[in-house]
Design a protein around this ligand. Structure first.
Ligand code: CO8
Length: 378
């Protein structure tokens, strides 16, 4: 959607909260292989009788080669590497305490507000947008709004990999329409509770992080530098190739609410093959609407799911291999952080841009969903 408002809309601040705990590929593989070895011993008779498939071993070498991921940050490390548990141990908090996700969100939000030079009084709306919220209601966004002392309103949004870009779209539209002067969007991606650490195909993919962004009217902006949002573009197409069936109906269906299909699972090869061409044509069309060529874009902050995917997409867009300077990579350190990857890249790799430089923020993945923004440094 191109901006038709009387004032332009800018991104004036961003924040990143990185959990202190790191899990390396070697640590993850050692835990998985211990678990798989124990499983195979426990079920040796059934495996010998052909009644059960043995669990294959994982490999740190495969993980880095197939995905580009070397490590991931996690909110809580305790429990993940315990072969007898294979999931983080996150103690339940009393209802009177701040929730885990609100706490993650607030860390990133405070930094975004500070870089934009905003106080709670300047913000009209809070959007918390991510792949999962830890409860249905009250909205995490309203909890964050309350903790930060913000007047106005807040709501949660779930769009898996595109939660962050789609929330920027909504914020942009609210500011452009004049229903808010300044919006805080936050992406507390607490993915580790939803990872099946007993599945070698996916145990390595995700990490935890929180990102936050301030979107406001340009004539309201006091930040030392900002990015005008020139336009937004979104596309969704239904696919079950990336799926989690976790949800409240399981209680009524009399099934295990935490069974393997309730956790993240995917057909990674199909996702790769189907999403890459979608993302390429989406971005080409988005730029064409502004009569921009891909060579006009100084930096591409794109979704961080898989290094080969990013090399393929950027290579097709540019007609040659992209440099790190053009298409920065963060997934080696952060892994796939659901919707936050492109905003981590934006946060870490933007200070060197000159006024007038243009960039693209883009997510792609589950849904399928693709979200992009063309921005120009002020
Ligand atoms: N160690 C050793 N071998 C392995 C392992 C492992 N850990 N895993 C698989 N293998 C084996 C396979 O079994 C296979 O063996 P064989 O050839 O004998 O069948 C072989 O290695 C090759 O396997 P794949 O074909 O699966 O390997 P790929 O080269 O396709 O790489 C990837 C796998 C990395 C998963 C790749 O397909 C990929 O990245 N695809 C795109 C994935 C993607 O973008 N997904 C979107 C994610 S969705 C999202 O970003 C947000 C969702 C919401 C958040 C959820 C939070 C929890």
């Amino acid at each position: 959607m191109p901006n038709s408002a009387s004032t332009s809309v800018v991104i004036s601040g961003s924040g990143l909260w990185t959990p202190e705990y790191i899990v390396t590929n070697d640590e993850l593989v050692a835990a998985y292989n211990a678990w798989a070895g124990e499983y195979n011993t426990r079920h040796a008779a059934a495996i010998r009788a052909g009644e059960r498939e043995p669990k294959a071993m994982s490999s740190a070498e495969f993980i880095e080669k197939a995905s580009g991921i070397k490590q991931r940050h996690v909110y809580i490390k305790d429990g993940i590497l315990d072969p007898a548990r294979m999931r983080p141990r996150i103690p339940e908090r009393p209802e009177t305490a701040l929730s885990d996700q609100a706490e993650m969100a607030i860390h990133a939000a405070r930094e975004a507000m500070e870089t934009a030079g905003k106080t709670a009084a300047d913000i009209d709306a809070v959007i918390v947008s991510c792949a999962y919220t830890q409860r249905a209601y009250p909205a995490i966004a309203i909890e964050v709004q309350n903790a930060l002392g913000i007047d106005g309103f807040g709501f949660d949004m779930l769009v898996a990999c595109s939660a962050a870009t789609f929330s920027l779209h909504r914020a942009y539209e609210m500011v452009a329409a004049g229903t808010a002067r300044c919006v805080l969007t936050i992406n507390p991606e607490l993915t580790s509770p939803q990872i099946n650490y007993c599945d070698r195909d996916s145990h390595f993919i995700f990490g935890d992080v929180a990102t936050a962004t301030i979107i406001e009217r340009a004539d309201n902006c006091r930040a030392s530098h900002s990015y005008e949002i020139l336009s937004t573009r979104a596309k969704t197409k239904f696919s079950s190739n990336v799926r989690s069936n976790f949800g409240y109906v399981s209680r009524a269906s009399d099934v295990d609410p935490f069974g393997p299909d309730k956790l993240f699972h995917q057909n990674g090869r199909r996702v790769f093959k189907e999403v890459c061409p979608m993302a390429i044509s989406h971005l080409q069309d988005h730029l064409a609407r502004h009569n921009l060529a891909t060579t006009d874009i100084r930096r591409w902050w794109i979704h961080q799911a898989n290094l080969s995917m990013n090399l393929l997409i950027s290579g097709k867009l540019l007609g040659r291999k992209a440099t790190f300077d053009e298409v920065p990579v963060v997934l080696d350190r952060y892994a796939n952080t659901a919707s936050a990857g492109s905003l981590i890249a934006f946060y870490l790799y933007q200070q060197d841009l000159e006024p007038g430089d243009m960039g693209v923020i883009c997510s792609f993945g589950a849904g399928y969903s693709i979200g992009s923004l063309v921005v120009k440094k002020q």
